[in-house]
Write a protein that binds this ligand. Structure first.
Ligand SMILES: NC(=O)c1ccc[n+]([C@@H]2O[C@H](COP(=O)([O-])OP(=O)(O)OC[C@H]3O[C@@H](n4cnc5c(N)ncnc54)[C@H](OP(=O)(O)O)[C@@H]3O)[C@@H](O)[C@H]2O)c1
Length: 340
């Protein structure tokens, strides 16, 4: 097994700097065969990529993790997994029993006695019951049910509010890529000052940030944008500056990738991994979905200390990205795209 660089979260959990994302087994990225998904996960763990990101709302993702986890444990000495999940409640009462019930369901699906990390999402800041939910989550952390208490898609203002109430947050999972650099505006600085790590998604824009799309005509149809991820990030590219500018970015990235003998995806990942507050990048894996690629060696290369982007590389990237629109002004801070 190779040695994958790790990062320690504030509660002590060590996770890989490249995480395997399981939204891709929710069903929104092609039909999932659970047996094949479990089989496909083994190669990632064998390569040292032992950290998985999922959510209570990602269809069978927690269950697939649980099946894999129990299979691995029954096979004798096995590498430790880190399973990060999310608690994404519908708006409604946030009494302790509601929170407890949701966590029990995740534990039962994941086949674990305690949760490594719970990342909390909230849909509407006007409904202040997110503070009530976080109070219960914090108590459950003290009681040992959760190891790391984390957030996803919270903006800087609420992150400040939450931490000022004495709630200890390990990480915030946000969109961060060469396209969407909103975390650099405010979020990053607050996280560095408060020992909060950013775990990022959208870093490969659903696969658009790869050689596969270099020189390609703009994909617009549902047949071309055939995963939830591709259509989500194609919209982001449209807001950012459009397909022609995106092609300029891919050309610049290909030149850099050739210089480092790596892929465009590795350059895109490394760029985000090098940002000050970023603990890890989540790369979506379509485990057990027909037609999915397998990118283990790329992921290993992306987080290897051997891949070092130079000032020249950064200048070439910034020559393109500076011509893009200001997404912070257009959309708002991290996660605002989920709120009206
Ligand atoms: N908190 C949130 O709101 C939120 C939102 C979105 C995602 N997430 C998390 O982030 C994870 C990642 O999801 P994402 O939507 O951001 O997707 P992504 O990681 O940007 O893209 C994943 C896709 O990129 C392609 N890919 C991966 N490695 C590649 C490589 N080296 N070269 C070329 N293509 C490559 C694969 O396409 P093929 O399968 O077609 O080969 C894969 O399905 C999710 O699973 C989830 O855990 C969280």
């Amino acid at each position: 097994m190779s040695s994958v660089p790790k990062v320690k979260l504030s509660g002590g959990l060590e996770i890989c700097r490249v995480l395997n994302g399981m939204w891709q087994v929710s069903g929104a990225h092609g039909a999932v065969n659970k047996t094949k998904a479990v089989e496909a996960m083994q190669a990632y763990v064998d390569a040292g990529l032992t950290t998985f990101d999922m959510a209570d709302i990602y269809g069978p993702a927690e269950e697939i993790y649980g099946l894999f986890n129990s299979q691995l444990n029954s096979g004798g000495a096995s590498p430790a997994l880190q399973g990060l999940t999310k608690f994404v409640p519908r708006p409604g009462p946030m009494e302790r029993k509601v929170v407890e019930k949701a966590l029990q369901r995740s534990m039962s699906r994941m086949k674990v006695d305690t949760l490594d990390c719970v990342q909390f999402h909230w849909w509407d800041y006007r409904d202040k019951r997110y503070l009530e939910a976080l109070g219960h989550l914090s108590d459950l952390q003290q009681e040992g049910v959760i190891r790391e208490l984390a957030l996803t898609n919270f903006d800087t203002q609420r992150l400040e509010e939450i931490t000022s109430k004495g709630i200890c947050i390990s990480s915030n999972q946000v969109q961060y890529s060469l396209i969407d650099q909103r975390p650099a505006a405010k979020m990053e600085k607050f996280c560095v000052a408060n020992n909060i790590k950013l775990l990022t998604y959208g870093t490969l824009a659903g696969g658009l940030l790869s050689e596969r799309y270099l020189g390609k005509a703009e994909p617009n149809s549902r047949a071309e944008l055939n995963t939830a991820s591709l259509s989500k990030y194609k919209n982001m590219i449209d807001s950012w500056g459009g397909w022609t500018l995106f092609q300029d970015l891919l050309v610049a990235l290909e030149t850099i990738a050739k210089r480092h003998e790596c892929s465009v995806a590795s350059v895109a990942t490394r760029y985000v991994l090098d940002r000050p507050a970023v603990g890890g990048v989540i790369i979506g894996c379509r485990f057990g979905v027909a037609g999915a690629g397998q990118y283990i060696s790329d992921s290993l290369h992306s987080c290897s200390p051997d891949l070092r982007l130079t000032a020249e590389d950064h200048a070439a990237i910034e020559a393109v990205t500076r011509r893009s629109r200001d997404l912070m002004a257009l959309i708002g801070d991290c996660g605002d795209e989920y709120r009206s």
